[in-house]
Design a protein around this ligand. Structure first.
Ligand SMILES: Cc1cc2nc3c(=O)[nH]c(=O)nc-3n(C[C@H](O)[C@H](O)[C@H](O)COP(=O)(O)OP(=O)(O)OC[C@H]3O[C@@H](n4cnc5c(N)ncnc54)[C@H](O)[C@@H]3O)c2cc1C
Length: 335
């Protein structure tokens, strides 16, 4: 266990916001966490993984617990499936690499999402037509209110689009995650976000899970700013789900609005399209702004304050509401 006082979190959040935590504790095992939590009973606590889905708006007047519990193992396997358990502090990209090296299919479309395994269920990470819930079996959860440990099943987690029980109940800390992955006859999913086009470009006809991962990484590197170069936390807003009537109303003014049918009555539309249509794409305000090619991503060009980025997000919401009568929902956790 490593403890630091008045510690800068600049290297622990992908927005690279320079705020300080009153106390910062790195935890390397489940035992350390349980012991520590009893000591911190009345303390304000924030659990942190890779910091790629948080925006710090001020110094953190409490204890940040950095969960660095490592380890991946295959718990069970038969001809078709393997059950893989990974601890919370495993970097998600290292986990993807483990799966590809062991020919385990199901997470290849989620390649290059930053962050750690323990945070993946929090917003049910998703990309390129796949969500964590599609391969999720269970996770071990520590309740920091009563110090109990419990396995949460798929239904316990209440997964939805970029949402789960963990987003609302901050006392539930994920210690490890179990996924059910395919050993053979992989369900190759190329239907989304230009994967097919990229495969064609590379002359790949029967893609393996390694090919899919490579193609997804290529597309992501082209489309998204690398947080090591420009501070950001990926998509700042969720894609709104709107009624058919609202879509018809928008289509009257903007024939080109893209939409994806959820069911008879509801459609998902890209928040990025709304922000671009509002003329906000690429707007720069000194040290921060809206990314020039991916308007869903707010960026810190260096030295920005989290509070300024937060205020920018509120202005974007207001503008979108005024023009389109749609309330954008924030995806990033505001701290
Ligand atoms: C460039 C970029 C691209 C991205 N692309 C995607 C994408 O395609 N799809 C997608 O879904 N997300 C995407 N994200 C968002 C982010 O990568 C994911 O949400 C990721 O799962 C966050 O992991 P983390 O470890 O960094 O979480 P953190 O930012 O550390 O934490 C996120 C939240 O989870 C809580 N938390 C952390 N660890 C635990 C735990 N063990 N138990 C309970 N709560 C915990 C934190 O308190 C915080 O509220 C992107 C981010 C960036 C920067």
């Amino acid at each position: 266990m490593i403890t630091k006082k008045n510690f800068s979190l600049k290297n622990y959040n992908s927005f690279r916001i320079d705020v300080k935590a009153k106390e910062f504790i790195e935890i390397n095992s489940k035992k350390e966490l349980i012991k520590l939590n009893e000591l911190l009973k009345n303390e304000k606590i924030l659990f942190l993984g890779g910091g790629s889905n948080v925006l710090f708006t001020k110094d953190y007047d409490g204890t940040v617990i950095y969960l660095n519990i490592k380890g991946i193992n295959i718990e069970k396997e038969n001809f078709d499936f393997s059950v893989v358990k990974a601890n919370a502090g495993v970097n998600w990209s290292d986990f993807i690499k483990f799966c590809l090296d062991n020919n385990l299919g199901g997470v290849e479309n989620l390649s290059l999402i930053p962050g750690n395994v323990g945070s993946a269920p929090v917003q049910n990470i998703g990309a390129y037509g796949v969500e964590l819930k599609d391969v999720f079996l269970s996770c071990e959860v520590f309740n920091s209110d009563d110090f109990s440990l419990k396995d949460f099943s798929l239904s316990d987690c209440k997964f939805e689009y970029r949402n789960s029980i963990f987003k609302k109940r901050k006392n539930l800390i994920i210690l490890s995650v179990r996924l059910k992955l395919k050993n053979n006859n992989h369900n190759i999913n190329t239907s989304y976000g230009g994967i097919n086009e990229e495969l064609k470009k590379l002359n790949i006809n029967n893609p393996t899970i390694k090919d899919i991962s490579k193609v997804v990484c290529n597309i992501r590197r082209r489309k998204l700013p690398d947080p090591d170069q420009i501070g950001n936390a990926g998509s700042f807003f969720k894609n709104p789900i709107i009624s058919k009537e609202k879509l018809n109303w928008i289509e009257k003014h903007h024939r080109d609005v893209p939409s994806y049918k959820i069911d008879q009555d509801y459609f998902k539309i890209p928040a990025a399209w709304l922000i671009e249509a509002a003329g906000l794409k690429g707007k720069k305000f000194g040290k921060f702004g809206i990314h020039k090619s991916q308007p869903l991503v707010l960026v810190n060009y260096g030295g920005a304050k989290g509070e300024d980025i937060y205020k920018l997000s509120l202005s974007i919401k207001q503008i979108i509401k005024k023009i389109f009568k749609i309330e954008l929902e924030t995806e990033v956790n505001i701290i």
